[in-house]
Design a protein around this ligand. Structure first.
Ligand code: FRU
Length: 413
C-alpha cells in the first residue's frame, strides 16, 4: 500500500520561522534577458549531485519569449539551456532541441542526467504536434545526446530520436479519459525525475500523476473531495540505454487531499528517502489547505511508508505577505533550493485573479527568472531554513561556504 498524505496530517501545515522564505528584494539578477523562464532543473550526475563538465554547470528551463503573456506561457513552452562556470552568471544556450524534434505541441518539465559524456533528457510532451486546438494530453518522453564543451561554452550533438516511454494506462495511473469524466479536475502525468537508487542500483523515474479511475470510483472521504487524487508515480528502466521503462505502483498519494504533487524529486540522506513535491493553495481539496510551497516526506524505503516532514509536510512557503512570489522549488543534494519568481506584489490578489487584470499588470508582476536560492538543513523528520537569501539563481555543486570562498577567488566550485 502506498503511503498517503492524510487530511489529518494537513492540519499541521503551519507557516513558521523555519519554513517561511523572505520577501524577494527587487531588482534581481535576470537569468535571461529576453526569455521568461520558470521550471528549472540542473544537469545531475547519476548520484544526484550537480554535474560539473570541464568546469561548466548546466541548467535547463521551460522558456518563452518575454512578449508572451505570462499566463499563456505554458501553451508554447520550450526547453532552453544555460551554462555557467560559477553557478551564478548564466550564459544563454540555444533552444535545447532542434525545432521539430520534440513531441507534443509544447515541452513541459523534466530532468537531465549526465553519464560518460552523454546527457539523458526526460521531459513531458504536452498535447500533440501541430494540433489546431490545444489539448492537455501528457506523455513522458526521453532522448539523449553527447555533451560538448569548449573554453567558451556548451553544446549538444547527435540527438537520439525522441521516444515516448510512459503513457498512463488507466490501471496504475489515471489516464486522460478517466480524468475527463464529469466531476474530475484536470489530470496530470508529467515532470519525470531521474534517479538511480543506491540500494538496488536500478534507474528510476518519479513523476507527477493521479491515482487511477474517476472521482466516482474513489472511496476516500469526504465525498466532495474525491476529485482530488494527486500521486507520485514510479517507473523503472528495463534496459541500460534507458529507452525502455516499466510502470510500478505509485509510491505516495494525496487522495481527497490534493490534486497536483508537482515536480517530485528526492534528496538521499542518512540512508533515508526525502521526497519533495510542489503544490498550490488552489490544488487542495475542500476542507483542507496549505500555502503555495515545497512539501516533503521521509521514508526508510523507496516504496515505503512516507511521513510528512515537520508534521504537516511544509518545508518552504512563500512569505504570507507575498504568497505567490515563487514556485517550482527543487532541493539539491546539498540542501540548497532553486525556484523561479512567479507573480509578486499582488496586494492580496490570488493567482486566479491575475488573468482578469490588465495585461500591463500581468507583465509587470511576473518574475520569469530564477529566484534567490535558499538552503535548508534536513534532520530526521524535520527541516529548517538556514540560508534565506542566497544569490539569485545560484546553483552550486558543493557546500555554500566553499562556493563563497572560491567565488571570491574567481574560480567555480
Ligand atoms: C509546474 C508545472 C509543471 C509543468 C509546467 C508547465 O510549474 O505545472 O508541472 O511541467 O508547470 O509549464
Amino acid at each position: 500500500m502506498a503511503s498517503q498524505w492524510t487530511r489529518a496530517q494537513t492540519r499541521d501545515i503551519k507557516i513558521t520561522i523555519d519554513n517561511e522564505a523572505p520577501e524577494i528584494q527587487f531588482p534581481v539578477q535576470l537569468t535571461a534577458e529576453d526569455l521568461w523562464i520558470w521550471d528549472t532543473w540542473p544537469l545531475l550526475d547519476e548520484d544526484g549531485s550537480v554535474s560539473v563538465i570541464n568546469g561548466w554547470k548546466i541548467i535547463f528551463a521551460l522558456s518563452t519569449p518575454k512578449t508572451v503573456l505570462p499566463g499563456k506561457r505554458h501553451d508554447i513552452a520550450r526547453i532552453f539551456y544555460f551554462y555557467s562556470r560559477d553557478g551564478l552568471n548564466w550564459i544563454q544556450g540555444r533552444q535545447l532541441f532542434p525545432e521539430g524534434h520534440s513531441l507534443g505541441s509544447r515541452e513541459w518539465a523534466g530532468s537531465a542526467m549526465h553519464s560518460n559524456g552523454q546527457v539523458y533528457i526526460f521531459y513531458t510532451a504536452s498535447g500533440r504536434k501541430n494540433e489546431t486546438q490545444l489539448t492537455f494530453e501528457q506523455r513522458i518522453v526521453m532522448t539523449a545526446a553527447f555533451i560538448r564543451t569548449t573554453f567558451n561554452g556548451v553544446y549538444f550533438t547527435d540527438w537520439k530520436p525522441h521516444k515516448v516511454i510512459l503513457e498512463p494506462d488507466g490501471i496504475l495511473y489515471q489516464n486522460q479519459e478517466q480524468g475527463l469524466q464529469p466531476g474530475n479536475i484536470p489530470y496530470t502525468f508529467r515532470d519525470p525525475w531521474f534517479f538511480r537508487d543506491k540500494k538496488d542500483g536500478n534507474a528510476y523515474l518519479l513523476f507527477e500523476a493521479n491515482t487511477p479511475g474517476t472521482a466516482q470510483q474513489r472511496k476516500c472521504e469526504p465525498v466532495e473531495a474525491r476529485a482530488f487524487s494527486g500521486a507520485v508515480g514510479l517507473a523503472v528502466a528495463t534496459n541500460p540505454n534507458l529507452t525502455q521503462w516499466k510502470f510500478l505502483p505509485h509510491i505516495f498519494n494525496a487522495d481527497c487531499v490534493n490534486q497536483e504533487l508537482e515536480r517530485p524529486h528526492f534528496v538521499f540522506k542518512d540512508n533515508l528517502y526525502y521526497l519533495f513535491i510542489n503544490t498550490h493553495v488552489s490544488k487542495f481539496a475542500p476542507g483542507v489547505t496549505g500555502p503555495d510551497g515545497l512539501y516533503g516526506f521521509v521514508s526508510n524505503s523507496l516504496t515505503g511508508n512516507y511521513t510528512p516532514l515537520n508534521l504537516g509536510g511544509l518545508v518552504t512557503a512563500n512569505p504570507i505577505s507575498d504568497a505567490f512570489q515563487a514556485y517550482s522549488w527543487v532541493v539539491l543534494q546539498n540542501g540548497t533550493i532553486i525556484s523561479f519568481i512567479n507573480f509578486f506584489h499582488l496586494s492580496g490578489l490570488t493567482e486566479a485573479d491575475i488573468g482578469s487584470k490588465p495585461e500591463s499588470f500581468q507583465f509587470s508582476h511576473f518574475g520569469g527568472t530564477l529566484a534567490p536560492a535558499l538552503q535548508i538543513n534536513i534532520n530526521g523528520n524535520s527541516t529548517k531554513l538556514i540560508n534565506r537569501n542566497l544569490e539569485d539563481g545560484l546553483v552550486i555543486a558543493g557546500g555554500y561556504d566553499e562556493w563563497r570562498r572560491k567565488h571570491a577567488l574567481g574560480i567555480g566550485d
